[in-house]
Design a protein around this ligand. Sequence first.
Ligand code: WT7
Length: 634
Amino acid sequence: MAEDTTVLLEEKRVFKPNYKIVEEAHIKNWEAELEKGKNIEKYWAEKAKELEWFQKWDKVLDDSNKPFYKWFTNGKINMTYNAVDRWIHTSKRNQVAILYVNERGDEEKLTYYELYRQVNKMANALKSLGIKKGDVVALYMPMCPEAIITMLACAKIGAPHTVIYSGLSVGALVERVNDAKAKIIVTADGTYRRGKIIELKKIVDEAILRCPTVQTTVILEHTGIPIELSDISGKEVLFDSIIEGEDDKCEPEIMDSEDPLFILYTSGTTGKPKGVVHTTGGYMVGVSTTTKLVFDIHDDDIFWCTADIGWITGHSYIVYGPLLVGTTTVVYEGAPDYPDPGVWWKIIEEHGITKFYTAPTAIRHLMRFGDKYPRLYDLSTLKILGSVGEPINPEAWIWYYKNIGREKCPIMDTWWQTETGMHLISPLPVTPLKPGSVTKPLPGIEAEIVDKNGKPVPPGKGGHLVIKTPWPAMLRTLYKDEKRYIETYWENIPGGVYTTGDMARMDEDGYIWIQGRSDDVLNIAGHRIGTAEVESAFVSHPAVAEAAVIGKSDPVKGEVIKAFLILKKGYSLNTALIGDLKKHVRHELGPVAVIGEMVQVDKLPKTRSGKIMRRILRAKEEGLELGDTSTLEE
Ligand code: WT7
């Protein structure tokens, strides 16, 4: 039998942190911290002490009703009190909490004290509109301070929010709002994107006719385009008018650790989106700890996560994590390449960003424009970089490391999911790095790679990535669908472990390499090959900018590769290049990576968080229904 080819693409270089990073780091000894994390309850209890609790918990972890785990039982706490209120009695009172920048060059700064007052006014306004603890508030908003103010206002009064990404369409909005039975939608006139204004209120106007639970629509005048208020289906009020005259003090609601904080919808493998439910205490402990340790946050940091608040990355690492550790969080509204592909690097220089967190798809996109743009700006304030969302191919890693990090900044390749709430597998700044590997589970986290029977696979072999023990920010259930929660996450693989749905392998040093989703793994003549690895092989060829790979059925081999390729400027997919690419991929992955077909495309179907939707490519290929396309970018 031929050997498993998944090991062949492994990047061998190891990058050690420079002395300055180690000198500054909260955690200087990675191994010692991993060791400490082995006592899970003790570890997380210690981290929980960094937050202010109204009442201490009885038990750190209650596993008496698996898989409905509870954390910090009977602990009483409030998210917004910890993320905002507690800082106004410290030297952080006048520090910038939110630094808003948009693609037009507009800027706005809110100090912790200003944020505190705005949040209180909005919290009181929501109460005046009849919102009580437990009522769901939907947000359909641009990336702007008011969106964050609204999230924090909800958390202050105990009203779970459900943020719907502002790029989703009417159908997706209706489905989510109705599933969550939201009482209010907070939206805006529009949002800026690549020099245009996307009219959000128009989309809400259409959606609202099919959202019977919504009593009030709150509209923020953000871009200044004319809007019409109507009362056809429920009350419409302006954001500014509801907060005007409200008191700028508001007592925080005393929340139980296990009271829901928010619901966030994510697409499953099929059909209906899943309403992932996150609760209060454990989520706070998980996101504050990972923000502080993975990005090594200190008082003078300016933290920029380029995600959108409509995704979990935005919830955990634009809003809650950064504010819980009292740093300055950057909120950017716009595209990464408008007005030109240097816009992000310009912002880094202008605002002296120290920690920068983005996605491989953005890096690969910006890489296509070469090093011209990053060279135009002084990026020397950067200390730590981050990556999230999909496996980062070594080429993109190296480009990011060299051109953005100037070979000084370690890259935190953070593996996690909407469901996990917080980073689970990631290096710390002092960890020796291998480009393309997410390294090891964080302290306090236990992961394993197993076969479908739950038996650990040997190093070098691909298998299912599972999480063996509960973690504080884990999802608690799927909204109103306990059955699906149990089936999706806890019954796929025996042994009471959490199924991530990802395939991965471990190398001889115990480093984890994510291969992609389990439904995206190809089987060619009995060999397992991750689509992400084949794509990485394609992208490592100088002619290829982006690649998506699916399995194409083959009468002899079961499956062969069909590749959809975006080529760099000046290339076309002629016979010579086809031959060259076949040779290249064969060289990178070995003879088992059999390519059946290559096609040149201009665009790939992607989710708005940048993941390639191979399912769409497969469905088109096989002439099947496209299924749920609500998260498709365009
Ligand atoms: C899936 C979760 C949570 C962040 C945004 C996406 C993939 C995430 C990595 C990484 C390789 C990654 C996995 C995971 N993923 N981070 N660093 N390396 N793959 O959240 O939409 O819930 O997607 O994204 O496949 O299961 P999400």
